[in-house]
Ligand binder design. Structure first.
Ligand code: ADP
Ligand code: ZN
Length: 519
């Protein structure tokens, strides 16, 4: 069957091989099994239902929320010689009836419909006359309130499936890979023992770098001097920060523009266009920038502040290198960024369980900034990709952190200090106790009498808390969710405490730091 699919891929779409994951998804759908395909934007989701639609008997109903794009999508298919049409509110009822009738008589293989249609009893009755072999739900995250684009009418999809005499194969596609959304899609669309495929998240031409504990402006200054004439985006957390950075770079003589929600429409559009047409080299922006922009030659995306979660980070960083050329994604981390994000979570008027969820996601982002494992691997694992390389050779951890250092003794000191403090306190207080600080909170709680007090006094408090954050990122310690997270030990820490296992950590080789300084 896959052979036939490959033939169609070549014949209609002109491609000779499948993109990552397409073959597995197709294979599953062609066996008549419900399927959920999770792929990033541009990953090639459409072909995953268009090819089966051509191979199945009868009609495939495609649910798509992008009403404004529906006509374009269908026109594009028609130009490839694929029989498709659409039904949405731009058509009068005669035309709607005609298109349904024609579908029933084999004129169309694909029928695109807006989700709102499914709420109409009349529409459901008229499509009952069709032989619908498959229902493909595009942008399936719209069914979930956890997603970023909840559409109540998506909830009607389930009803339609139940009303049809013969249950079609139900397939769903989205770029959102979070657990809550995935579970909602399966549940709310009543997918029957579905296979879930996560694919295409790896972008090989992107390199990933995390910079911690360096002066951010110095870094940018050096970086831009080394990358003159290259187009890039610098994301910052707040409008004020964007204004400051833009002003600063302007004074340095760069062709720089800015983009954030505080500017008026004209300004925003003008700046965006200038950037797209290469009249501006650098765009400094908040996360408001990027929706729907498609500039292919962005050579770097620098995050001046850490974003709120991995989804946001990967989407923004992923705006680099759309042309497939080598491009860099650099995140400049400072612990203040975590404070900013916590503040923003607290400001949100959302139910408690939502906040807990946001804190969890924030922690995964913080972990990314501290892990010593492969950054690409960390990203792909987060999104649930199956084939994750242990080392990619194209991220700062693979390239620069190449010396193994034994951190067992330091880790034991940290773990036992956390235990002595009854697993009731946050990272900075633990670090202060280990440092032997005279900090008021340390003294008030009597932690200066603990046996672990001052046990790491030869380190700075920052070095100790950095090490704790690395141990969190690597799963030895976990932080409770909330505004004031508390450090507790994970089971993985116990054999280390008992001296049965070592903690080996990759660190930056001295030379690679020098190299970076010189370049
Ligand atoms: P998505 O819906 O996941 O954002 P699309 O289905 O629009 O992605 O596909 C993104 C692009 O990749 C389109 O230009 C499409 O033609 C192209 N594409 C899809 N499958 C393949 C393939 N097997 N080989 C090459 N290009 C492909
Ligand atoms: Zn790597």
């Amino acid at each position: 069957m896959l052979k036939k699919a490959r033939q169609i891929l070549k014949q209609y779409f002109g491609y000779s091989s499948f993109k990552s994951g397409q073959d597995k998804i197709l294979n599953n759908i062609l066996q008549g099994k419900d399927t959920l395909g999770i792929m990033p934007t541009g990953g090639g989701k459409s072909i995953c239902y268009q090819i089966p639609a051509l191979m199945f008997q009868g009609t495939t109903l495609v649910i798509s929320p992008l009403i404004s794009l529906m006509k374009d999508q269908v026109d594009a298919l028609n130009s490839l010689g694929i029989a498709a049409t659409f039904i949405n509110s731009s058509l009068d009822s005669d035309e709607v009836e005609k298109r349904i009738f024609d579908s029933g008589h084999g004129k169309y293989k694909l029928l695109y419909v807006a989700p709102e249609r499914l709420e109409s009893k009349r529409f459901i009755n008229s499509i009952k006359s069709l032989s619908i072999s498959m229902l493909a739900v595009d942008e399936a995250h719209c069914v979930s309130q956890w997603g970023h684009d909840f559409r109540p009418s998506y909830l009607a999809i389930n009803t339609v499936v139940k009303e049809l005499d013969k249950r079609p194969v139900v397939t769903a596609f989205t770029a959102t890979a979070t657990e809550e959304v995935t579970q909602d899609i399966v549940r709310l669309l009543s997918l029957k023992t579905p296979k879930i495929y996560v694919a295409g998240f790896n972008r090989e031409n992107l390199s990933f770098t995390v910079i911690r504990g360096e002066n951010k402006k110095d870094f940018i200054s050096d970086y831009l001097a080394r990358n003159k004439g290259q187009a890039g985006v610098i994301y910052a957390a707040t409008r004020k920060e964007v204004d400051n950075l833009e002003h600063w770079l302007q004074r340095k003589g760069y062709a720089v523009g800015k983009y954030h929600a505080g500017l008026n429409d004209d300004e925003r559009i003008r700046n965006q266009e200038k950037f797209i047409y290469d009249d501006l080299q650098i765009m400094v922006a908040t996360n408001a920038f990027g929706m729907g922009i498609d500039k292919s030659n962005v050579r770097y995306v620098i995050h001046y502040n850490m974003p709120k979660n991995m989804e946001a980070y990967y989407q923004e960083a992923g705006r680099a290198g759309r042309d497939g050329e080598p491009s860099q994604c650099i995140l400049l981390f400072s612990s203040q960024d975590v404070q900013i994000q916590k503040f923003l979570i607290e400001q949100n008027q959302v139910p408690v369980e939502r906040k807990v969820n946001e804190y969890k996601k924030l922690q995964a982002m913080v972990d990314y900034c501290h892990t010593t494992h492969c950054l690409r691997g960390t990203i792909l694992k987060y999104f649930g990709e199956e084939n994750v390389p242990k080392e990619c050779g194209n991220c700062s951890n693979c390239n620069d952190y190449n010396e193994l250092v034994d951190r067992t003794v330091e880790s034991q000191k940290i773990f036992s200090c956390i235990l002595r403090m009854q697993e009731q306190y946050g990272v900075s207080l633990v670090a202060n106790v280990l440092k032997g600080s005279q900090n008021k909170k340390v003294i008030q709680n009597g932690f200066n009498r603990l046996s672990t007090y001052g046990l790491m006094k030869e380190y700075t408090t920052k070095e100790i808390s950095d090490l704790i954050h690395i141990l969190i990122a690597e799963g030895y310690i976990y932080l409770t969710e909330g505004q004031y997270p508390v450090a507790k030990l994970q089971p993985k820490a116990i054999p280390v405490l008992k001296g049965k296992e070592k903690v080996l950590q990759k660190v930056r080789k001295k030379e690679s730091i020098k190299e970076a300084d010189n370049s």
